[in-house]
Design a protein. Structure first.
Length: 505
């Protein structure tokens, strides 16, 4: 039993992420008190990790845990998002946590829960919600951290967050990735910044995940299009992705894709593992939360929603197997040049990726209005350059775009991205037509192009749609030759068809 309050920070929840985050913090010289509901797990963690630079303090119960912490106490919770978070907070409050102490929820919590919790526990403790991205390795050697909540509480944890976050090179913005156990990265710019009040940190982490969904889906579509159209082996596809990783598409997700595609199957070493994985995707919910929120706010995040739907459709495996026996596709197969298609798919991926990020940032812009946050989009792009799953060279360009114009309405309008789409769009359209002609589903590519074409259109057919709504439901319409907000109704059912001005007051 530890009776001295000398731990700099406490961490509850020793699953892989929790263990790794605790080790990361201890590597930076902070003493970490740890607690896990199953004591054996805590003990085994302590036994496996002697002699960390900061030191670990194993606590058998929450009273011991709270007593081990320096004031104001700082407690990181890393438990399953949902009711478990509230249970732990309640237990902490009954175990000695006081008004000035800080509880930081580092799970993938729904941002509305974070807003609710901050209010609910106000006066009993100070509550922060911090997004953590980077998976197990990120947690261990440097994640991207997206904290939100009361600013003064953030200032108390800022030194720890700055130390443990991933670092990028000051000049190039590239991640510095040479951390080893006991020897963390200390130089460079930390991939963390204060995001905003209450649920802002968790909201931005949720949008990060939604962009991750699209990024992954686009890569999968590129892989499948090339595999099907050119009849390529997994190792050839791996080489293509590895080549792409040297250019504009340089990113963690492209790099791991190349690695996954090169992996042989442990059960059948002459085959590739990816060819023997079941094509039925799972998800934990952050993409769906983003889609629901976008629908609630009326924001067109076409590709994000399509990426979620693509996972749902993939999971209907049995139905698809049955349908494949009955529903016919085209007989067309691509006969063109191999290298041309590879290049075109790369361009299509780049253009679609620009649209996906444009949607994510557009959504955050709207959310900040709804929630009265003041999001710094250049800073958000900066902290996504390293540590997180979507880390990419691309993020440096996004950061530069929002630095040029903090009020940029849509990323596609930035001169750099506008030019990139201009250069790539002919290939993008070719790829989509190859997919359509060949009967290969490419929902993220296609929805991204629909978003692009819709967004750049001065005119859309919604004039006719408004006419239809007015025809069957007297829902009224506005006219192009009258001020916005003036509504009309055509008396469609009468012979005279008179148009009347509607006064809603
Ligand atoms: C991250 C990841 C992480 C997790 C996803 C997986 O940023 O480190 O996004 O949060 O791996 O939640 O999400 P799905 O299970 O929904 O694909």
């Amino acid at each position: 039993m530890n009776s001295v309050a000398n731990a700099d920070v406490g961490l509850i929840g020793l699953a892989v992420m929790g263990e790794n985050l605790a080790l990361n913090i201890a590597d930076h010289g902070f003493k970490v008190a740890v607690f896990n509901r199953t004591q054996k797990v805590m003990q085994s963690f302590i036994d496996r990790n002697p002699g960390t630079p900061g030191g670990l303090v194993g606590c058998a119960n929450l009273h011991e845990f709270v007593s081990a912490l320096k004031r104001p106490r700082k407690v990181i919770i890393l438990v399953k998002a949902g009711p478990a978070v509230d249970t732990v907070i309640q237990e902490l409050l009954q175990s000695g946590i006081e008004t000035e102490d800080i509880i930081i929820d580092c799970g993938n919590s729904l941002w509305t829960d974070t807003i609710r919790r901050e209010k609910e526990y106000s006066g009993q403790c100070r509550f922060l919600g911090s997004g953590v991205s980077g998976g197990e390795l990120g947690a261990r050697f440097g994640p991207s951290l997206m904290p939100g909540g009361e600013f003064h509480a953030w200032k108390q944890i800022e030194p720890i967050w700055n130390s443990i976050a991933a670092k990028v090179d000051v000049k190039s913005g590239k991640p510095i990735e040479n951390a080893q156990p006991g020897n963390p990265v200390n130089e460079g710019v930390p991939c963390t910044t204060y995001i905003g009040e209450n649920g802002a940190g968790h909201y931005v982490k949720m949008v990060h995940n939604a962009i991750e969904y699209v990024d992954m889906q686009l890569i999968c579509e590129a892989y499948f299009l090339l595999k099907q159209s050119l009849n390529l082996k997994s190792i050839e596809l791996s080489e293509i992705f590895s080549e792409w990783n040297k250019g504009d598409l340089d990113s963690y997700l492209i790099q791991i894709t190349s690695d996954i595609l090169a992996q042989s199957d442990p059960f059948n070493p002459e085959e590739f593992l990816v060819d023997n994985l079941l094509d039925s995707a799972q998800q934990k919910g952050t993409g769906k939360w983003t889609s629901v929120n976008a629908l609630d706010m009326g924001m067109p995040v076409n590709s994000i929603v399509e990426a979620v739907f693509a996972r749902y459709l993939s999971s209907l495996k049995n139905e698809r197997v049955e349908a494949s026996k009955h529903l016919q596709g085209p007989t067309y197969s691509y006969q063109g040049n191999r290298n041309e298609l590879v290049r075109a798919v790369r361009e299509a991926l780049h253009c679609s990726k620009i649209c996906a990020y444009a949607q994510g940032f557009q959504l955050m812009r709207q959310a900040q209005v709804e929630h009265h946050w003041q999001l710094d989009f250049a800073a958000i792009a900066n902290i996504w350059r390293g540590g997180c799953i979507i880390r990419a060279r691309f993020l440096q360009k996004i950061s530069e775009a929002f630095t040029r114009d903090a009020k940029l309405v849509n990323l596609m309008l930035d001169p750099y991205f506008n030019e990139k789409i201009k250069q790539g769009q002919a290939s993008w359209r070719t790829v989509i037509s190859v997919a359509a002609q060949s009967g290969i589903a490419a929902p993220a590519f296609m929805s991204a192009l629909a978003y692009y074409d819709g967004y750049r259109s001065e005119f859309l057919p919604a004039n006719l749609l408004q006419g239809q709504r007015d025809y069957f439901g007297a829902h009224t319409y506005e006219r192009i030759d009258k001020p916005r907000g003036t509504f009309f109704h055509m008396d469609w059912s009468s012979a005279s068809r008179e148009q009347i001005t509607i006064d809603f007051d």
